[in-house]
Design a protein. Structure first.
Length: 259
């Protein structure tokens, strides 16, 4: 589906060879940017602003003005974030990954906006129809809540599917996480902290994503646990790190509420 939408955005069909060549060229550019080419980063982001605006407009289901709408700034920042996080070993195209990151950040933004709107009194929804009949503000509010709930369910489902695919690259099945989670609260809290430490360290995450292995040796230099503990809880630590490093706002919120 993402590929179909992207082809529509381009406005023409690409042959398989052209598509692969374009993807390869993008990966080379991303690699050069990650190596520290600031000029290339700025030019690349500038060139892809129309793409960012298109993705944002499609997500918001309305035209997004890059000069005026906050949503565009959020998406542009997410596009830059995707440049930092992308790795060809993910098995996904950069643009597909970037769109996922942009969507997640826009969800974060809109959820915060919705919480703010929730503080507005029902009377603020009062409006009249064409026959001067006053619409029931409570019904309007409930309709908005029902829409947001359904949209949230779809986003959660999509997020879990994406996370499951990511886990499979580490030979971890999503259903295994329940068994992998420590049974004691103190152990869980400790490992949760280690997983977040891993996610916040760019070099450790690069090792994890490229080698598909938990960087145990490097982690032992930062945490006060035994090697055996890290090895025994490998799946749990990898899952925590991927959630906090990737575009998974719903899963992050769930973990933070539990912890």
């Amino acid at each position: 589906m993402l590929l179909v939408l992207f082809k529509r955005f381009l406005g023409k069909k690409e042959s398989r060879g052209q598509s692969e060549s374009h993807a390869s060229s993008l990966e080379v550019t991303i690699h050069q940017i990650q190596a520290g080419d600031l000029r290339l980063r700025n030019q690349f982001i500038s060139d892809y602003q129309p793409y960012v605006a298109k993705v944002t407009s499609r997500f918001c289901k309305r035209y997004i003005d890059p000069a005026r709408d906050d949503e565009f700034s959020i998406a542009l920042g997410a596009f830059n974030e995707a440049i930092n996080q992308y790795s060809s070993v993910m098995g996904r195209s950069f643009l597909g990954f970037a769109e996922t990151v942009m969507r997640r950040r826009l969800i974060d933004f809109l959820r915060k906006e919705q919480r703010f709107k929730g503080q507005i009194p029902y009377s603020s929804f009062d409006q009249e129809d064409d026959e001067d009949n006053l619409l029931n503000p409570i019904e309007v509010h409930q309709a908005i809540e029902a829409y947001e709930k359904q949209k949230g369910l779809e986003e959660r489902r999509s997020e879990i599917m994406d996370f499951s695919r990511c886990l499979s690259e580490f030979d971890i099945d999503f259903s295994e996480l329940t068994e992998a989670s420590p049974k004691h609260d103190d152990s869980r809290q400790m490992l949760f902290g280690i997983g977040r430490t891993l996610a916040q360290d760019a070099e450790l995450m690069r090792t994890l994503l490229t080698k598909r292995q938990l960087p145990i040796k490097e982690l032992l230099e930062q945490v006060q646990v035994s090697r055996k503990t890290l090895e025994r809880n490998r799946k749990y630590l990898i899952a925590i790190a991927l959630i906090f490093n990737g575009p998974y706002p719903y899963l992050r919120d769930y973990l933070q509420i539990r912890e």
